[in-house]
Every structure is written in structure tokens, then in C-alpha cells.
Design a protein. Structure first.
Length: 272
């Protein structure tokens, strides 16, 4: 019993720590929330996805607010991305349910690992080429269709995997529009704050497991933990924007997604 309580405390601390370190990155933390909830708390994958989306939403709100206050967010780009990202989040939720029913949880894990690997490769390639040093930002008007397609991919991933699509959106903002790290993150959060509620609501309606989750977790933790995630993200982003170099933000980004990818790989090996 004591061991289980210690594991639960470690899990809660890990969730809040992820909110803190992800706050300047443009990520809600879903790429790590799902593995933490799934492996440490031993929840099933559907409950882990719903819980992850709840935390991602609070991180996106907190960090998005901090980035917007400091002028690191592009509302025009965000509005263009939302057009395709929002309906795609609903589609992603349906795909998630279908995959779990047809091939089990392994299907979701494979897709998550593939997306993380793609983002990792894009980020490494950009670092090797100089991380965009000296590049001028490209107007969204010349890349509208490509951006909408990428945002749709992010929305679908949010619905399927319990992430906010931030890893894809940041990569899209930096690679396609050549935004700097802070603006790419802030714009990502603007889109995520609309993707995530749609994906979350879709999962609650389709999975019909919210009552069971409330009974298992309790009302108080459901209120307190997301609130603490919001505060961690807001103050973490405010500090990072002013004091942490953009190159360091990119390195932390890589380390974070690498940990998540490594955990999935370990899991795949166990299936062999």
C-alpha cells in the first residue's frame, strides 16, 4: 500500500515537472504524460489519453498566456491552423477507438513512436543546418495549404494519442515558416488550446469513461493537479522566455521527446 502511494506521488511530481520543463517548448507534455500515466499509474490506454489531454490543455493555457503576454505568438497563423486541426482532432479520436478495438494498444503505441521519431529527425536536421540561424521568417500567405495540412496532422495526432499536437506544430512552425523557437512555441500553444478541448470532449463522449475516472481519482485531485500544471507552465514559460537561450530550448525539446521514444522502444522489445 505504501509502495503504491509512493508510486502515485512520483507520478504526480513527474507530471508537474513535465509541465514545467515543456512550458517553453510549444509542447503540452502529452508525449510524456501518456507513458507516465500508463506505466507508473497502470491505467489503461484510453483513460491515460483522457487524463493526458486534460493536463495538456492546462499547460497550453498557462504557457500560451505567458508567450502571448510577451509577444511570442502569431494569431493569424494560429487561426489558419485551427481550420483543419479542429475537425482532424475529432477524426483522430475515432481512429484511436478503431485501432484499440482492432489491434489493441500496440497500434496506438506504434503510431506515437513513429510521430515522435519523425519530429526527432526533423529537429536534428534543423540543428545540423544551423538551427535556422540567419533565416528570415516566411509569411503564412505563401504556405497556407501546406500549413493547414500539417495542422490537420497535428489535430489527428491529438485525438489519437492524447497529445496536443505541439511536437508537430513546433516542427511545422520552425521548418515551414522559419519562426524562432519562442514564437514557434507560442503559436503552437494558441492552436493547441483549441485542438485539445475538442479531442478531450470527443474522447469523453465516445469512451464513456469519465464517471469511472472520477470515482477512481476523486474530485479534489482532478481539480488540484491540472491547476498546478497551469501554474507550473505559466511561470516556467515566463522564466524561460527571459533567461534561457533559444538553443537550450531546442536541446531540452530533443531530450524530452527522446525519453518518450525510448520508453516506447523498450515496450516494443518486451513484445518480442
Amino acid at each position: 500500500m505504501i509502495f503504491l502511494e509512493i508510486i502515485s506521488l512520483v507520478a504526480v511530481f513527474s507530471l508537474l515537472f513535465v509541465a514545467l520543463i515543456f512550458s517553453p517548448l510549444g509542447l503540452g507534455g502529452g508525449v510524456l504524460y501518456v507513458p507516465i500515466i500508463y506505466y507508473l499509474l497502470d491505467w489503461d490506454i484510453q483513460d491515460a489519453v483522457v487524463a493526458s489531454l486534460s493536463l495538456v490543455f492546462m499547460v497550453a493555457l498557462g504557457s500560451g498566456l505567458a508567450h502571448s503576454i510577451d509577444g511570442y505568438a502569431d494569431n493569424k497563423v494560429a487561426n489558419i491552423g485551427r481550420i483543419t486541426a479542429i475537425p482532424a482532432a475529432i477524426i483522430g479520436t475515432y481512429i484511436s477507438g478503431y485501432l484499440i478495438l482492432s489491434v489493441g494498444e500496440i497500434g496506438i503505441k506504434i503510431l506515437a513512436a513513429l510521430i515522435i521519431a519523425f519530429v526527432f529527425e526533423r529537429t536534428i536536421r534543423r540543428m545540423i543546418s544551423g538551427d535556422g540561424a540567419g533565416e528570415e521568417e516566411i509569411s503564412i500567405s505563401t504556405k497556407t495549404n501546406q500549413y493547414r495540412l500539417g495542422a490537420a496532422f497535428a489535430g489527428t495526432s491529438a485525438g489519437m494519442l492524447g497529445i496536443g499536437g505541439g511536437a508537430i506544430l513546433v516542427t511545422l512552425n520552425r521548418s515551414l515558416l522559419k519562426m524562432d523557437a519562442n514564437k514557434a512555441a507560442g503559436t503552437s500553444y494558441l492552436i493547441s488550446t483549441t485542438i485539445v478541448p475538442v479531442a478531450l470532449l470527443s474522447h469523453i463522449i465516445l469512451d464513456k469513461n469519465i464517471g469511472q475516472m472520477i470515482e477512481t481519482i476523486g474530485i479534489l485531485p482532478i481539480i488540484i493537479i491540472p491547476s498546478m500544471a497551469f501554474l507550473s507552465a505559466f511561470f516556467g514559460a515566463k522564466y524561460a522566455i527571459k533567461h534561457i537561450p533559444k538553443s537550450a530550448v531546442t536541446i531540452v525539446f530533443l531530450c524530452a521527446i527522446s525519453l518518450s521514444l525510448l520508453r516506447y522502444i523498450v515496450d516494443f522489445v518486451s513484445y518480442i
